[in-house]
Write a protein that binds this ligand. Structure first.
Ligand code: HEM
Length: 120
């Protein structure tokens, strides 16, 4: 995991992937409802920092805090899968290697109990 940050191209690539990702979320009739009250530009900034730290292996984020924030969003297992589908497409569009895309998606799946509080 700790090489992924550099392999992907650092903060610039991660920021671009997230911009592309949230554009797709905005165009998704189902998922965009969860984001109707959210300042997406601020979220892209926060997410960029989160992912840079997480993929660089230096993140000291508090999973309980993320869970608490997500609990207020009230999204479903389908929303989670839908979001990951858009993430995969955004990563592929940024020409990230298939191996790295797989690693990122597997990591998200493995950690989903730390991200959302619903049964899969
Ligand atoms: C791999 C999966 C996910 C990760 C790693 C993740 C991570 C994050 C992070 C780091 C934040 C910013 C926290 C902060 O402001 O301090 C956030 C906020 C948010 N997330 Fe997620 N998230 C994921 C999936 C989802 C999904 C599937 C949805 C809904 C469909 C969602 C909805 C939101 C919303 C609405 C916010 C903004 C909350 C607010 O500012 O009030 N997230 N997420």
């Amino acid at each position: 995991m700790s090489n992924l940050y550099k392999d992907l191209g650092g903060e610039d690539t991660i920021f671009n992937v997230l911009q592309c990702f949230y554009q797709k979320i905005r165009e998704d009739d189902l998922i965009r409802r969860s984001f109707s009250k959210v300042d997406i530009n601020r979220l892209i900034e926060v997410q960029t920092q989160f992912l840079c730290e997480f993929l660089g292996g230096t993140g000291d984020y508090d999973p309980a805090e993320l869970m608490e924030l997500h609990n207020q969003v009230n999204f479903s297992a389908e929303d989670f899968s839908g979001a990951l589908k858009w993430l995969e497409i955004a990563l592929r569009e940024a020409a990230i290697s298939i191996d790295d895309v797989q690693t990122i998606l597997e990591t998200a799946h493995k950690n989903k109990h730390r991200i959302i509080n619903i049964k899969f």
